[in-house]
Design a protein around this ligand. Structure first.
Ligand code: F1P
Length: 351
């Protein structure tokens, strides 16, 4: 519920009404970003999903190849890091051991600069990076990241626009996206107003042990994040797939016991998803669709549609995360699990 406010706070001083400020990433950023030809993102858990969204943005808007990997794998394998690589670590706490180990290893290999997106001033990650964008989420009480994730996305989009400008993004396109970003706090508020409807839907998950989340493009990492939230706090097994992968395996799992949650913001995405929805429905699966009115998906038996506000395709991942957080929260509350302190998990994995 704090997200509209902290998203605004993360933008403050970094974007004007229409553009990203030149010094949004600090004064030395200009020089360090100048010859970046590749971005390597490293993170764990929820922060990794933020990195996966950013990859779509960076390749789409800045035209720069971007790789994303979980730090817990990256640190244990041989990797090729080139001089023109920007190494980008995302971490709420700035103390995640795997992320720090990956950064320290990469430093030995040499790269253009290390950028941190972090929520804790003075943390190890902040101290060890060349450039920092602080998210303004404030302390997160719960183990499961919520506002940290959406503010990471905001910081990542600001970074992408700064990088994209150096790579020829038109002023017009930048203005269009910045204006869309300014609408996000209000749109998140509108989503929060759907809480009653989402709480109602959450009752359908009470007797379920498994679930599938589907999304396409930059909504695939949002589906991954939705699945992670449900696992973390309600202990329901949840997997996320790019919708197009459904027929390559997971469809075999679909029956009336398998709820399928899809994030399909608008018409163009929903069109591509419709055949997937049919495949699920034909097998008796219950569908939960988060989409705007242009998607034109009608509720019927076994199809529940939560209608979201119309959002810009670039900022859609930020807004569409929130209903999935609410869904997990309400399922967890109904199941009586400890939402703030899930079993077996620590807020920060420092060993
Ligand atoms: C990474 C992370 C969190 C998760 C949990 C364990 O932390 O995977 O996303 O919610 O608390 O750690 P961080 O590097 O973003 O602090």
């Amino acid at each position: 519920h704090e997200q509209p406010r902290v998203i605004k706070a993360t933008m403050e001083g970094r974007v004007t009404a229409s553009r990203v400020l030149e010094q949004a990433l600090g004064t030395e950023a200009g020089d360090l970003l100048k010859d970046v030809r590749h971005v390597q993102i490293i993170a764990c858990g929820t922060s990794y999903h933020a990195g996966m969204v950013a990859r779509y943005w960076i390749e789409d808007l800045a035209d720069i190849p971007c790789s994303v990997e979980v730090a817990s794998e990256f640190r244990y394998r041989k990797h090729v890091i080139q001089q023109d690589t920007l190494f980008l670590c995302i971490s709420q706490s700035g103390e995640t051991a795997d992320t720090l180990a990956a950064l320290r290893q990469a430093k030995k290999a040499g790269f253009r600069a290390a950028l941190a997106i972090c929520n804790v001033p003075g943390s190890s990650l902040v101290r060890e990076s060349d450039l920092v964008i602080m998210t303004q989420a404030g302390p997160e009480i719960g183990v499961a990241s919520t506002k940290a994730f959406t503010t990471q996305l905001v910081a990542l989009l600001i970074f992408t626009l700064a990088l994209a400008r150096k790579n020829g993004l038109s002023e017009e396109r930048e203005t269009e996206i910045v204006q869309a970003l300014h609408l996000v706090p209000g749109q998140v508020n509108d989503v929060l107003a759907l809480e009653g409807e989402i709480a109602e839907i959450s009752k359908r998950f009470m007797d379920k042990n498994h679930s599938l989340f589907l999304g396409r493009g930059s909504q695939f990492p949002v589906a991954m994040e939705g699945a992670l939230k449900l696992k973390e706090i309600s202990y329901i097994h949840a997997e996320a797939y790019p919708a197009g992968e459904l027929k390559h395996g997971p469809l075999a799992l679909v029956d009336s016991e398998m709820p399928v949650i899809t994030v399909a913001p608008n018409n163009s995405m929903a069109e591509k998803l419709k055949s997937n929805l049919e495949e699920v429905r034909a097998r008796g699966g219950e569908l939960f669709v988060f989409a705007d009115s242009s998607a034109n998906i009608k509720p019927e038996e076994n199809i529940h549609v939560v209608q979201l506000p119309e959002v810009h395709e670039i900022t859609a991942p930020i807004v569409y995360t929130v209903p999935l957080q609410l869904l997990s929260y309400h399922v967890a509350v109904l199941k009586g699990t400890d939402v703030d302190q899930p079993r077996n998990l620590a807020k920060s994995v420092t060993v």
